[in-house]
Ligand binder design. Sequence first.
Ligand SMILES: [Fe+2]
Ligand SMILES: [Fe+2]
Length: 214
Amino acid sequence: MNRHYSHADNLIHQFDTVLRTLVPHAAVASRPTPATAGIQDEDMSAEERRHAAGLMRVNHTGEVCAQALYQGQGCTAKLPEVRSQMEHSAQEEIDHLAWCDERLQELDSHTSLLNPLFYAASFGLGAVAGAIGDRISLGFVAATEEQVGKHLEDHLVKLPAGDHRSRAVLRQMAIDEAHHAQLALEAGGARFPAPVKFGMSLMSKVMTKSVYRV
Ligand SMILES: [Fe+2]
Ligand SMILES: [Fe+2]
């Protein structure tokens, strides 16, 4: 059945996405967490758990940014095919969001207080990129996904040795992000030049440093 969505429907849907992204524990995953019951942590000190939580908080905020980027881009993207292709990736980002949130709860910690700020910034960047054109906005998605992939590899090394449950989550996320980057490039995304990528990595450093603690 085809349903016609009015502007009001769309607005409600957008608002719903914002709430699901920003309200702690509101995101519902479509796939079960990769940290299955069979995967158990080894003993970790209080300091190690705090460190793991700091890293998982950064990953959670990265997913908030991804969600906002896809949403911003969806608002201004020109080609409907691009939009529907990216919706699948955006759904997987909701899984990542929910898995990181769950893991933070297991570590007796919380998502970042700065998330609304990063959501707004990423939404704006996504919308601007989408307005410039699909090639640029898909290129932006690809470059972002590659950046997230590098973060994940780095965090897989930095996590406490005994933290097997966070590792299980990050490993599946890394597989998904590589796929998202590939999809965006296949859909016609531009490869960004090195200076743009450098600017993006500076921005992500700011995010990483602040969110690890707050
Ligand atoms: Fe993700
Ligand atoms: Fe992704």
